[in-house]
Design a protein around this ligand. Structure first.
Ligand code: SAH
Length: 219
């Protein structure tokens, strides 16, 4: 019988080929990260066998770990370099942060639900992601003390682009975030260059709500 470790290795390789490479993600750093991060460890034990499927999954507190492809698409759109410092808003399970941590020098990630942050931080320790720095707060105002960032990724849907995050983007910096109403959003990419901020639209998506001072109201 196939043991669990080799089963998950096989499911992970299949996920990378069929869901990520086949749909056009080609950045070698991104593909290598997806081949490495054990996605099944970021969900509850009951959901491990489904964790490499082509869909999001619940992680508790009415939040979700995103579909693998959307994580890959957003990561590739950040155009990461090895020495980048990246800010993520919405730690959730920690999966996206771990993918980023495989690629860049340091990841700063903020989560507003304490139990999720504690779980994710424990997992980062277990899996030895020592280059992930976590913070329990409202991420819509960013992380001023550690700014500017080479890349910023928001993994919850915002009603509008938080100005605080734009302000914390370094020269040449890239930001990806879903913007729209509560049911559907557009994936927006911003790039800061000498002439200012350039904005493009990468297409439709669906995320849970970004809740906070520069996001949605709510608890
Ligand atoms: N990146 C996550 C996806 C998490 S879902 C992963 O890989 O699993 C979105 C997360 O954003 C939720 O955990 C939610 O609590 C969090 N969130 C929503 N608004 C936030 C805010 N203002 N600041 C920080 N986290 C926020």
């Amino acid at each position: 019988m196939e043991n669990n470790a080799s089963k998950y290795d096989r499911l992970r390789e299949e996920m990378v080929r069929k869901q990520i490479e086949a749909r056009g993600v080609s950045d070698p750093l991104v593909l290598a990260a997806f081949r490495k991060v054990p996605r099944h460890r970021f969900v509850s034990e009951a959901l491990m066998d489904q964790s490499y499927g082509d869909h999001p999954l619940p992680i508790g507190e009415q939040q979700t770990i995103s579909q693998p492809y959307i994580v890959a698409e957003m990561t590739q759109a950040l155009q990461l370099n090895k020495d980048d410092r990246v800010l993520e808003i919405g730690t959730g399970s920690g999966y996206q942060a771990a993918i980023l941590a495989e690629i860049v020098f340091r990841v700063y990630t903020i989560e507003r639900i304490h139990t999720l942050l504690v779980q994710a931080r424990r997992l980062f320790d277990t899996l030895r992601y020592h280059n992930i720095v976590t913070r329990y707060s409202d991420g819509t105002t960013g992380w001023t003390d550690e700014s500017p960032f080479d890349a910023i990724i928001v993994t919850a849907g915002a009603p509008r682009i938080p100005q605080a995050l734009i302000n914390q983007l370094a020269m040449g910096g890239r930001m990806i975030l879903p913007v729209g109403d509560q049911h559907s959003q557009e994936l927006i990419k911003l790039v800061r260059d000498e002439t200012g901020i350039r904005q493009s639209n990468l297409g439709g998506c669906r995320f849970v709500k970004l809740i906070g001072e520069q996001g949605w109201n709510g608890r």
